[in-house]
Design a protein. Structure first.
Length: 557
């Protein structure tokens, strides 16, 4: 009953707001997305057919705006949820709704909202449907711009935890915080005239969660705070953020009372044809949730950005991805891009792009220094930012990769890539293998433009593990035919040809066909899916092996 009135209002606005009365009754926007699966049992890859046989996730979001007034709602359907989605999603109902008002001075939202402070280290409320992550806030959100260049934000509420029996279940803990950011160059115009960009900001976030522990005096209120700076001069830029989290004993850190701390620094230079980025990150005991016993990706208040390149090729992204470590990591990344000009010896007739990337992460060094582990204070170690032994035994991840893009003619172009990835499986726990898995991956990506509308693209990928560790060697073939701008057809074949066990040398073929009508897209896929982690931005979820049909429909309005 409590959502029926909001739903009726939104449906009324959708009916009249998009017709001839649009200027008087406001504007309506939104999108619809549906993912349907029909799955089969496949004993070769360990896939089982669910008792319902078919699964579906559907989302329909409608936003309404009129003279500063805003309102919206998202209807969600899980009958039941698609394979690999968290078991907290079930049923159908309103999963997101809000009302509010905004103008040049302020924006006020009551209900659900998403927000991020700085890089997100101490507060990031967001949704990623591909991962099954949605920690939307439910409460009050305020954004003020009292003077040019100054933005003040305030949030207060509870996080979305699950969607059970068609209803949203919220966290037991309350999250509240504020953030301020000042663009100094907008206040002092002389800085802009000299091509100087300067922003400074600060945040404070706290959570309240009642409850007790049989052995420890758990604090009900936990605060986190920090500052950031973003400086730029002409083609150079330097930004960084430093945060501290008060004692936050939880299931993640085995109920210790150490403070948490984190720092991220980026230094870069870019201009036409060249770009350089150097990044460093140090994280210690920064798991921050609105419920201390939550696990996996549930009820995270803060977010640990990864210092790794976002890869797109099948074997690079699906087999050995890196997962950010909120309890501790020291990470670095160097990214370099250069474009050889047309007409030069290396650039040739059309020019050539080369990209080099290096990223690595280590365990932070935590020193006991005579601290009694049984001390009631539970402050069990001391640590310093960017302090690690940098030994191979403390290595979490290392990725060295190079990519070359070149256009050979008006019709032919290619991309050649190489990746050398070391992953500590004792920490990341992708598979059952022990220790560090070292893999070498090569990719050749060739595009042929038949004419202005028709093109065909092919990828040949190979992955080799040192000593045939884990599941051994892999190969992937991708063929894609596109009729622009409407049709696309593709085939992906992933083959574990070098598995140490000959009976497990399995082919995973998938065929895809799709059609696009403006803002409407329909895609049909059929085939096998390998079990593994699906990751986006250092956040992952496990997806079981499957064999069957997947239909995806999206529409925006």
């Amino acid at each position: 009953m409590k959502y029926r009135y909001i739903t009726s209002v939104i449906l009324f606005c959708f009916t009249f707001g998009t017709g001839s009365f649009a200027q008087k009754l406001g504007s309506v926007s939104g999108n619809i997305e549906s993912i349907y699966q029909y799955l089969l049992t496949d004993s070769i890859i360990g896939a089982t057919q669910p008792k319902e046989k078919s699964l579906i996730n559907t989302y329909a979001l409608v936003n309404y705006n009129l003279a500063g007034f805003k309102a919206g709602a998202r209807f969600e359907v899980y009958y039941p949820r698609i394979l690999g989605y968290p078991d907290r999603y079930d049923g159908a109902g309103l999963g997101y709704r809000y009302v509010g008002y905004e103008n040049k001075l302020l924006s006020v939202t009551v209900g659900n909202f998403y927000e991020q402070f700085g890089s997100g280290l101490i507060f990031r409320s967001y949704e990623d449907r591909a991962l099954g992550v949605d920690n939307a806030m439910d409460g009050f959100h305020l954004r003020l711009t009292p003077v040019k260049g100054l933005t003040i934000k305030g949030v207060y509420g509870k996080q979305r935890f699950s969607f059970t029996d068609g209803k949203v279940v919220k966290s037991a803990g309350i999250v509240r915080g504020f953030d301020g950011e000042l663009a100094v160059d907008q206040l002092i115009t002389k800085l802009s005239d000299k091509q100087i960009r300067l922003k400074i900001g600060g945040s404070f976030v706290s959570k309240y969660e009642s409850g007790t522990h049989p052995d420890y005096n758990i604090p009900a209120n936990v605060g986190a705070y920090g500052g950031r700076i973003d400086f730029g001069y002409k083609n150079f830029y330097l930004n960084g953020e430093y945060v501290i989290k008060e004692a936050d004993p939880s299931a993640d850190n085995n109920y210790i009372f150490n403070y948490g701390k984190g720092m991220i620094v980026n230094l870069g230079y870019s201009q036409k044809g060249i770009g350089v980025l150097l990044s460093a990150k140090s994280i210690d005991n920064m798991s921050f949730r609105s419920e201390r016993n939550a696990a996996l990706q549930d009820l995270t208040i803060g977010f640990i950005p990864p210092l790794t390149k976002t890869h797109t090729y099948n074997l690079v992204t699906t087999l050995y991805p890196y997962v950010s470590q909120p309890l501790g990591e020291v990470a670095y990344q160097a990214d370099f891009f250069y474009k050889f000009k047309r007409g030069t010896k290396l650039g040739g007739k059309y020019g050539m792009d080369i990209a080099l990337n290096f990223s690595t992460a280590f365990a932070p060094e935590q020193t006991l220094n005579g601290i009694d582990l049984n001390d009631s204070s539970r402050v069990v170690y001391s640590s310093r930012l960017f302090h690690s032994s940098y030994k191979r035994s403390d290595l979490y991840w290392r990725d060295i990769n190079v990519e070359v893009k070149r256009k050979l003619s008006k019709k032919w172009s290619f991309i050649a890539s190489y990746y050398n990835i070391h992953l500590n499986n004792d920490v990341i726990k992708i598979t059952d293998a022990k220790g560090i898995i070292e893999s070498h991956i090569g990719v050749i990506d060739v595009l042929y433009k038949i004419n202005t509308k028709h093109s065909i693209r092919g990828e040949l990928q190979g992955l080799w593990t040192k000593g045939r560790k884990d599941r051994g060697h892999w190969a992937t073939l991708v063929l894609e035919y596109t009729i622009s701008p409407d049709w696309f057809f593709s085939f992906v074949g992933q083959y574990n040809y070098g598995h140490p066990d000959p009976d497990l040398r399995v082919l995973y073929p998938i065929g895809v066909i799709g059609k696009i009508w403006g803002s409407t897209r329909l895609q049909v896929a059929y085939g096998r899916q390998n079990a593994g982690l699906f990751c986006v931005g250092g956040v992952c979820r496990f997806v079981p092996a499957s064999n069957g049909l997947t239909v995806t429909f999206t529409h925006s309005f």
